[in-house]
Ligand binder design. Structure first.
Ligand code: P6P
Length: 346
């Protein structure tokens, strides 16, 4: 039993998210309190969305909103609800100068009280990832990514503020609306997970200092697309399935990135969404899915690449650009990269 005196307050499991943010404020090099207020606003929005997600089956909020997003995907009503909830909450806190969302064609400029662009942070979100699972009651999630703006405060926010490589993120995290609702995030000093006590609406530090096991026995990939995968990915999948040593591995694929990632981070595993002939850059979006998950993975000792390049080093060129994504236990990602690099595209 760990003596509670030996564990810093900020990692004691009865710590609330609010106490943790205050305890960690001094760690953040821009410790002006704005990032803390920003994380707090995400915490509030997550509670609002959680309430709707958890009763989705009870009210007429299922089904599509009758519209499609910039990705050409049917917008689920909860997608729209979640998008609006996060935008509203982030707008009200006078901290953010711009928001980019999977559900918005272009970024949104947010002006401060004095109608100036004085706020320092931009936020990129996938408000409800895995939303195709909503109607079948499978876990979904929110993914967020936070940068300091590049342009001068007081000047209009520009696309340049959003098209930063993932290594520039000052914070990233996800909310998983599963059997319990959790917020998992990093500000560059490790990864911590907080579980919501719905009875009192408070998040408690339930998973301090989360670490990706270096090895694992779970691989997550949509094998329905196998015939369209690059040869290196096919070779890695066959490696996972071969009766040899600690293999075959177990195949687990929920169809919800946040859920597959979260399980793999706790148990050890690898998630792969490769490019195919139909989707030459894969399906997942670099800015508000892969970059935040890659930062969390690396902060927890894992790895994330496109098979050839570290995700966090990719210089974005478009807001909704996609990338092949391999992420998880360090040794598993390295093994998959080895197979892929035997068939490096010319
Ligand atoms: P497929 C959900 O739409 C998502 O972006 C991820 O959450 C998930 O892992 C993936 O796409 C599922 O895609 O093509 O396997 O259904």
């Amino acid at each position: 039993m760990t003596n509670s005196q030996s564990v810093p307050m900020m990692l004691q499991k009865n710590t609330t998210l609010g106490e943790f943010i205050i305890e960690n404020q001094s760690e953040f090099r821009y410790s002006s309190g704005e990032l803390s207020r920003l994380i707090n606003s995400i915490r509030l929005a997550a509670k609002v969305v959680n309430h709707e997600v958890n009763k989705a089956g009870l009210v007429d909020i299922l089904g599509t909103a009758g519209d499609t997003n910039v990705q050409g995907e049917d917008q689920q009503k909860l997608d729209v609800y979640a998008n609006n909830a996060f935008i509203k909450t982030l707008t009200n806190r006078e901290i953010v100068c711009g928001i980019a969302s999977e559900e918005e064609d272009n970024f949104i400029t947010i002006k401060g009280r004095n109608e100036q662009n004085d706020n320092k942070y931009v936020v990129l979100i996938d408000p409800l990832d895995g939303s195709s699972n909503i109607d079948v009651n499978v876990s979904v999630g929110t993914i967020f990514s936070i940068y300091r703006r590049i342009t001068e405060p007081g000047t209009p926010v520009t696309l340049e503020d959003f098209l930063q490589p993932g290594k520039n993120q000052v914070a990233a995290g996800y909310i998983i609306y599963g059997t319990s609702t959790m917020i998992v995030y990093t500000t560059g000093h490790g990864v911590n997970g907080f579980t919501l006590n719905p009875a009192i609406g408070t998040y408690y530090l339930s998973h301090p200092n989360m670490k990706f096991p270096e090895d694992g026995k779970i691989y997550s990939v949509n094998e329905g697309n196998y015939v369209h995968f690059p040869q290196g990915v096919k070779d890695y999948i066959k490696y996972c399935q071969k009766e040899e040593g600690d293999r075959p591995y177990t195949s687990r694929y929920i169809g919800s990135l946040v859920s597959d990632f979260h399980r793999n981070m706790i148990k050890g595993g690898i998630y792969i969404y490769p490019n195919t002939a139909k989707d030459p850059n894969g399906k997942l979006r670099l800015l508000y899915e892969c970059n935040p998950m890659a930062l969390i993975a690396e902060q927890a000792g894992g790895k994330a690449s496109n098979g050839f390049q570290r995700i966090l080093d990719i210089q974005p060129t478009e807001l909704h650009q996609r990338t092949p994504f391999i992420c998880g236990s360090k040794h598993m990602v390295e093994k998959a990269e080895g197979f892929m690099q035997q068939h490096k595209p010319s």
